[in-house]
Design a protein around this ligand. Structure first.
Ligand code: ISJ
Length: 274
């Protein structure tokens, strides 16, 4: 059976709710994990199709095809990729920043923004996503996903939204995650992949037209106010059209420039670039 990854965060609820509720049928074994765990499981061949950090794809583009039409993106402020700060950003030069071990893309996005937008060089230290612990030892703390949404709700520590900064620097949306297909899986499962692509289109449509049910489900599971949830589901975009594709390739170019990629990377989309 297809082994399908699922980001263990609120951001994909509008996509996966239709699968878990049975509203859109999809025969698959669902494997949930934070992005860094899915990235790793994909690399070791434990998942056939899964969302992974866009930078994780760019590190090994030859190992995967990208699923068409779907991503985890935002055009400007993203609400869940936040750098919490103990001092003004201008004073971060030479300081130490804790970065969540759950992420891959945002850690590089932070480095790009610091180097290329602020012209500041800092050191970055992987850490458990616990805001209090991180800020006891470091001047700044990068959190993503549910950890960021909840930390912002429960603290009054100032923060920067990396999606908003990326938009200020480049004028572009930011693509945080892509769905990928294992190369070996593609060779034997073309019809199965078509079915999965169609199932994702349908589940996304379902999530958009049944937003109230998605929000009710989120309210039951998360310690977040309804207004925050509503705003979040309007913020996260799941598109991967030409403009998002160009935007993610600009991100790859910056990643190369700051030394975070071994070689230039381009998207290879299943059914488009084959
Ligand atoms: C917007 C988000 O998108 C994500 C960020 C990722 C990353 O930084 O590597 C990977 C997958 C997505 O969950 C988020 O998690 O807050």
């Amino acid at each position: 059976m297809l082994r399908l990854g699922q980001v263990d965060y609120l951001n994909v609820l509008p996509i996966y709710h239709a699968f878990s509720s049975g509203a859109v049928p999809l025969e698959a074994e669902l494997v949930a994990g934070v992005p860094s765990v899915l990235n790793q499981k994909f690399l070791t061949g434990e998942l056939d199709i899964t969302p992974i950090s866009s930078i994780a794809y760019a590190r090994q583009p030859e190992s995967a095809w990208v699923l068409p039409d779907i991503s985890i993106s935002a055009d400007g402020a993203v609400e869940s990729i936040l750098l919490f700060l103990r001092c003004p950003v201008e004073e971060l030069a030479g300081k130490r920043i804790a970065v969540t071990t759950s992420s891959a893309t945002s850690v590089i996005l932070l480095r790009i923004l610091m180097n290329c937008y602020y012209g500041i060089s800092c050191s970055y230290h992987p850490a458990r996503p616990d805001l209090k612990e991180m800020l006891e030892q470091y001047e700044g703390a990068l959190l993503i996903g549910d950890d960021a949404l909840i930390a912002r709700e429960q603290s009054s520590i100032p923060y920067l939204d990396l999606g908003a900064l990326w938009k200020e620097m480049t004028g572009l949306p930011m693509v945080y995650a892509l769905w990928v297909i294992r190369r070996e899986y593609v060779a034997w499962n073309q019809r199965e992949i078509s079915r999965v692509v169609e199932a994702f289109r349908e589940s996304r449509r379902w999530g958009l037209t049944n937003r109230d049910e998605v929000i009710r489900t989120a309210i039951r599971r998360y310690p977040l106010p309804e207004a925050v949830l509503k705003n979040y589901f309007e913020t996260i975009r799941y598109d991967l059209d030409d403009s998002y594709r160009q935007a993610v390739e600009v991100f790859f170019d910056y990643a190369l420039q700051v030394g975070a990629l071994p070689a230039p990377a381009r998207l290879k989309v299943w059914g488009v670039d084959e």
